[in-house]
Design a protein around this ligand. Structure first.
Ligand code: TMP
Length: 211
């Protein structure tokens, strides 16, 4: 947990899971709680939150016709590189708790497991995009999507088999690195999930506040 190991005084927390399992709700509740505790907090989403990221988000989610899984991987990675350089790194260096709505593991699950890009390729592209930055903690809200989008984007249009592969990807990732991953059953009530997340975050907050 020491900043000497992680190379920055902040805390990087990522949220992962399928679409509409409650990630945004939990991210908002966590950010609100941290701000009440006067913990400097920044919430960012991927892809997005930079000009390049928002442009790539439109291309990736709403334009039709990205055929190459590797092209898709590289575009998500470009958005990630821009976000890390301009927002994530500076905030972590300033001791902020950065909460990311998706990060490197989305590429492993969606482009690696989901679209069949070799996992070593995804991992090396991730490393290039983030210059090796990894989350301190990753919450996987495990569950099926609770609702259907009224206007599904290009990724949401993929079939059930695709999303089972993505979910299997999260299962493998979380099993391989239990010190970083916390698996949470997304079917519990938002309030219960929020309390579980608070308990897990508490030691990090205490440390950040010099306790
Ligand atoms: P969301 O932010 O609304 O969840 O939309 C992002 C979509 O992009 C979601 O379907 C997951 C997908 N995605 C990838 O396929 N790879 C990635 O690396 C990231 C960050 C997101």
């Amino acid at each position: 947990m020491g900043s000497h190991v992680r190379g920055h005084p902040g805390v990087l927390v990522s949220f992962e899971g399928l679409e509409r399992v409650g990630k945004s709700t939990q991210i908002n509740l966590l950010a609100e709680w941290l701000r009440e505790l006067l913990v400097p907090t920044m919430v960012l989403r991927e892809p997005g939150d930079t000009d390049l990221g928002e442009a790539l988000r439109r291309t990736l989610l709403h334009d039709v016709g990205i055929k190459s899984p590797r092209a898709e991987l590289l575009l998500f990675a470009a958005a990630r590189a821009e976000l890390v350089l301009t927002h994530v790194r500076p905030a972590l260096d300033a001791g902020v708790v950065v909460i990311l709505d998706r990060f490197i593991d989305s590429s492993v699950a969606y482009q690696g497991y989901g679209r069949g890009v070799a996992l070593e390729v995804v991992e090396s592209i991730n490393r290039i995009a983030t210059e090796g930055l990894r989350p301190d903690l990753t919450f996987w809200l495990d569950g099926q999507s609770f609702s259907r989008a009224s206007i599904p984007d290009q990724i949401e249009l993929r079939d059930a088999a695709y999303f089972s592969k993505v979910r299997a990807g999260y299962r493998d990732l979380s099993a391989q690195d239990p010190s970083r991953w916390r698996v949470i059953d997304a079917h519990q009530s938002p309030d219960v999930i929020h309390h579980v997340i608070q308990d897990i975050m508490q030691p990090w907050i205490t440390r950040l506040q010099g306790g």
